[in-house]
Write a protein that binds this ligand. Structure first.
Ligand SMILES: *[C@@H]1O[C@H](CO)[C@@H](O)[C@H](O)[C@H]1NC(C)=O
Length: 209
C-alpha cells in the first residue's frame, strides 16, 4: 500500500555515471507492492548491480488472517529463486510464495498465475515454533505438513532492517536450497530470508488423518 519513492538524484547520477563509464543503461523493471493477485506500477531503473526483474506472489496466513500479496521490482540474479515455496508453522500460520525472475527491460509485467495452497496432509510432521525479535526459537509443538512439504526447516530472517524473526516448521524441498536475501512479501511487510536449514528428512509418521 506504500509506493516507495526513490530519490531521483540518485537515478540521474547513476545514469550519468553509466554514460561516462560507457556501461550502458541500467535495467528497468515494473515496481509495485499490493494486496491481491495483481499489481501494476511504474517502470523504474534498477540500481547498477541489479540485473534481474522479479514478480513474487505470496499467500500468508497469520493467525487466521489470510493475505495475498503481489510484488514486482528489481533484484540480483544471485538472490532470485524462481520457484514455488511453501512453509507451514501451524495450520493458521503458513506462507506460500511463487517467484519468477527475468533479465530484460519490463519483463516482469505479466502477473503470475494464481496458486492455491495444497490442503492435503502428507503424513510428515515437524517441530514448530515462531518468534519475532529473536534469531532462534525453541519448538514447543509439532505441526502437520501439507502438499509437497516434505522437509522440516529452521528459518531466520529480517522483517524490517533490524527486526528479526525465526521459525521452525514444514517446507517444500526447494526451501533447503533458497538463497540468502530471498524476498517474501507478506501483507504490508517485505520479509528477507537470511537462512534456511533443513533437518534430515523425517520419516513420515503416517498416522495423520
Ligand atoms: C497435494 O499434495 C498431495 C500430498 O503430497 C499430493 O499427492 C497431491 O498430488 C497434491 N495435489 C496437487 C494438486 O498438487
Amino acid at each position: 500500500m506504500k509506493p516507495s519513492t526513490k530519490p531521483e538524484p540518485f537515478l540521474l547520477a547513476s545514469m550519468l555515471l553509466c554514460t561516462l563509464l560507457g556501461l550502458g543503461y541500467p535495467l528497468s523493471c515494473e515496481m509495485c507492492i499490493r494486496n491481491g493477485a495483481i499489481c501494476i506500477g511504474e517502470m523504474k531503473d534498477c540500481a547498477l548491480d541489479e540485473d534481474t526483474c522479479v514478480v513474487i506472489m505470496t499467500e500468508t496466513n497469520n493467525k487466521g488472517s489470510v493475505d495475498v500479496t503481489s510484488y514486482k521490482g528489481c533484484s540480483k540474479s544471485s538472490k532470485c529463486d524462481p520457484a514455488f515455496l511453501s512453509i507451514t508453522v501451524a495450520p493458521e500460520n503458513y506462507m506460500g510464495s511463487d517467484t519468477r525472475c527475468c533479465q530484460s527491460n519490463g519483463c516482469n509485467k505479466d502477473p503470475l498465475p494464481a496458486f492455491r495452497r495444497n490442503l492435503t496432509k502428507n503424513g510428515v510432521q515437524c517441530p514448530s515454533c515462531s518468534t519475532f525479535l529473536k534469531e532462534t526459537c525453541t519448538p514447543t509443538d509439532e505441526t502437520l505438513c501439507f502438499g509437497e512439504e516434505t522437509r522440516c526447516v529452521t528459518v531466520t530472517g529480517l522483517m524490517h532492517p533490524g527486526v528479526r524473526f525465526a521459525f521452525q516448521g514444514c517446507a517444500t524441498e526447494n526451501a533447503c536450497h533458497i538463497k540468502p536475501g530471498t524476498l517474501v512479501p507478506s501483507g504490508s511487510h517485505l520479509l528477507t530470508i537470511k537462512k534456511i536449514s533443513c533437518l534430515p528428512s523425517p520419516q513420515a509418521s503416517g498416522k495423520a488423518e
